[in-house]
Design a protein around this ligand. Structure first.
Ligand SMILES: NC(=O)c1ccc[n+]([C@@H]2O[C@H](COP(=O)([O-])OP(=O)(O)OC[C@H]3O[C@@H](n4cnc5c(N)ncnc54)[C@H](O)[C@@H]3O)[C@@H](O)[C@H]2O)c1
Length: 345
């Protein structure tokens, strides 16, 4: 199934329920360079044979300026020009790096994504935010630029480990919290196995629903001056925790949402039973809700957050399930939530 969405910075062709082979009926293999990680390169070696390929190490620590320099040098060695199309095949780490590189190599070349994790399919590959980390600071260098295409080949999910399914569901639950109470209720009725093992159609509908909800927001506010900030629900604490403890993005977002829901019940009138419902739902999708954290260290990192302005921070709260809002909160309110979380765990 094909869909085209036009954002201020470009038009993206979505190829849902498609296949890697189908891509090359539309794009020229000779002008393409595939960038992927060591796992995908090995696991899918047969599929990728015969394509120009650049491979980076697995993991978040690859998302740094050295990888960009390494890849740029390799592209120069391959004599890649402004006509070259970069194709990122992988999870959010690969697509973030390829989007960033595509935005700046020779001041911008076309690029496209084939997300291979659930998290990548519903979130990381979608929306045109591309970024890399500098030291402990997440996505501090970045660019907003849309890929030419995002192609969904469900075969990649066959090799996805259970843990990565959970990580993907963190972003799906986030999407439900922010935009869609019905989706939240659907998730409460089901579990990972329902989508993964028994109901491929339901999974495809779920993926497309999350993509549509995210795109609706991004079309209106691509540069994140307002509405798009809602998508950061749970991410303020998540980014700090993620880098301090090297836990995967999805799990950090789960914990970040618990902290944000608790803040919401204190400052935005969120009913306390919703906090419990959210914790239960995260547990249902095998996402941890408790973690031993050093609140002081998390706060130090949080203070570097792009959303901070002096002693205030734009923080995403939930008023109810399906309705998020942006509040400018004093840093002390968020710091208190982190100290409370530390002492509860
Ligand atoms: N740009 C955005 O809007 C956005 C949004 C959300 C997250 N992100 C970023 O995405 C990253 C997290 O993405 P992720 O969770 O996909 O992590 P990831 O890219 O590190 O992938 C997770 C793991 O799954 C493995 N993997 C990937 N595809 C596989 C497959 N088909 N079969 C088996 N294993 C596979 C990877 O090798 C890796 O070990 C973070 O860096 C986060 O900041 C970006």
């Amino acid at each position: 199934m094909q869909q085209t969405v036009t954002f201020p910075s470009g038009t993206v062709h979505y190829h849902f329920q498609s296949s890697f082979a189908e891509l090359w009926t539309r794009y020229d293999k000779e002008h393409a360079v595939i960038i992927t990680n060591e796992y995908i390169a090995k696991q899918y070696a047969k599929l990728l044979k015969g394509y120009k390929l650049l491979v980076i190490p697995v993991g978040e620590h690859s998302k740094n300026p050295h990888t960009i320099t390494f890849l740029a040098k390799e592209l120069l060695n391959m004599e890649a020009t402004r006509k070259t199309m970069l194709v990122g095949i992988g999870g959010g780490v690969v697509t973030d790096i390829v989007g960033m590189l595509g935005s700046i190599y020779m001041r911008g070349v076309p690029f496209g994504f084939i997300p291979t994790t659930l998290l990548g399919m519903v979130d990381a590959a979608v929306g045109g935010k591309n970024g890399i980390n500098v030291g402990l600071h997440k996505n501090i260098l970045g660019a907003v630029a849309q890929p030419r295409f995002i192609l969904y080949d469900p075969r990649f999910l066959d090799t996805l480990p259970d843990d990565e399914w959970s990580n993907g569901f963190a972003e799906i639950i986030k999407c439900a919290c922010i935009f869609d109470a019905e989706l939240f209720a659907e998730l409460q009725k089901n579990n990972i196995s329902y989508y993964k093992d028994h109901n491929d159609d339901a999974l495809q509908v779920l993926i497309q629903k999350c993509v549509a909800l995210k795109n609706k927001t991004v079309v209106e506010d691509e540069k994140e001056t307002g509405l798009r900030k809602l998508l950061n629900f749970g991410h303020t604490a998540a980014h700090a925790i993620e880098n301090l403890y090297e836990i995967p993005h999805g799990k950090a977002v789960g914990i970040g949402m618990v902290i944000a829901a608790r803040v919401s019940s204190q400052v935005a009138g969120l009913n306390e039973h919703v906090v419990t419902d959210l914790e239960e739902l995260l547990g249902r999708y095998h996402l941890p809700i408790s973690l031993k954290i050093d609140a002081k260290k998390a706060i130090e990192i949080m203070r570097m957050d792009k959303k901070r302005s002096g002693d205030m921070m734009d923080y995403i709260v939930l008023e109810k399930i399906g309705k998020a809002a942006i509040r400018s909160l004093p840093l002390t309110a968020i710091e208190k939530a982190l100290f409370d979380y530390e002492s509860d765990n």
